[in-house]
Design a protein around this ligand. Structure first.
Ligand code: COA
Length: 253
């Protein structure tokens, strides 16, 4: 069975991450399915809006760390990020539970984000000897301020759904998964009935001012990210995760 469930009805293309046994960690194949879904959404005139979600209590634990240990190919991740950044039709995310790494940074590019009370957003790039991606190094300070962005990125602090709501990353917080599903679907269905060309043009205008900063940040981040993936610090972090022990960075400088 596919680890991303894709369905299309009533103008909504739905992408649901579904790999519970590995906490919805994103594999190369899952990125490819997401990219194909986003491309299909932009090409199919019957699709008006994309809904991305996960499972109850589990949005995604981010990139599959086994794939990060085999860092020859970042292209699927890059294709996914470019697809979500450049999508013409609106993307709505419904987040319940764990949203780690790209699970949080992808939300910066969604047009509407709904969360359940249990949402826990975390970007542990430094924990892994890595650096931020998805232009989060510019979008997070812009949204949260430098110091709060530093707490999220340098300390890897967790952001609850209501904190994310307070700072504008989340539109509304729902009590649980079922109310989140219902609330997100209600808004997605409403969006699907709105004038489609006007929606697309409005989305493009909303993103226009940040477009070049986002593209520039993506390029700068990816260069460092690729280097960091091979670094001894990252290798120690990935090995520690696999061995279920804390990483020891004491020997690095
Ligand atoms: N990549 C690969 N495998 C992952 C994973 C990831 N990002 N996240 C979880 N898994 C796997 C675990 O290795 C484990 O596999 P196993 O049962 O074969 O041993 C399984 O999913 C369950 O995870 P586990 O850690 O036992 O669950 P937990 O409830 O104790 O913790 C998390 C859940 C998500 C908090 C924890 O797994 C975690 O921190 N994952 C890594 C997150 C991360 O750093 N992502 C990359 C961000 S850039």
């Amino acid at each position: 069975m596919s680890h991303v469930l894709v369905s299309k009805s009533d103008g909504i293309l739905r992408l649901q991450m579904n790999r519970p046994e590995k906490k919805n960690a994103l594999t190369l194949a899952m990125y490819e399915t997401l990219v194909a879904g986003l491309a299909d959404a932009d090409q199919d005139p019957d699709v008006r809006v994309v809904l991305i979600s996960g499972l109850p209590g589990l949005f995604t634990s981010g990139n599959d760390l086994k794939d990060f240990m085999n860092p020859s190919d970042l292209s699927a991740v890059v294709r996914f990020l470019n697809a979500i950044i450049n999508a013409e039709k609106p993307i709505v995310a419904a987040v319940s539970g764990t949203a780690i790494g790209i699970g949080t940074t992808m939300l910066l590019h969604c047009d509407l984000v709904y969360a359940a009370e249990d949402a826990a957003l975390k970007m542990p790039f430094v924990d892994l000897g890595l650096v931020p991606e998805a232009a989060s190094s510019v979008l997070l300070p812009a949204m949260f301020g430098h110091q709060r962005a530093s707490a999220l990125l340098l300390l890897g602090e967790t952001l609850s759904g209501s904190e994310a709501h307070r700072y504008g990353l989340v539109n509304k917080v729902f009590p649980d998964f079922d109310t989140l599903e219902a609330g997100a679907l209600e808004r997605v269905r409403h969006l699907a009935t709105r004038a489609p060309a006007s929606v697309r043009a409005t989305k493009k205008l909303l993103k226009r001012a940040q477009k070049s900063a986002v593209d520039e940040a993506m390029a700068a981040e990816l260069q460092v990210f690729g280097e960091r993936l091979m670094s001894p610090e990252a290798v120690e972090a990935f090995t520690a995760f696999m061995q279920r022990r804390p990483a020891d960075f004491s020997k690095f400088h």
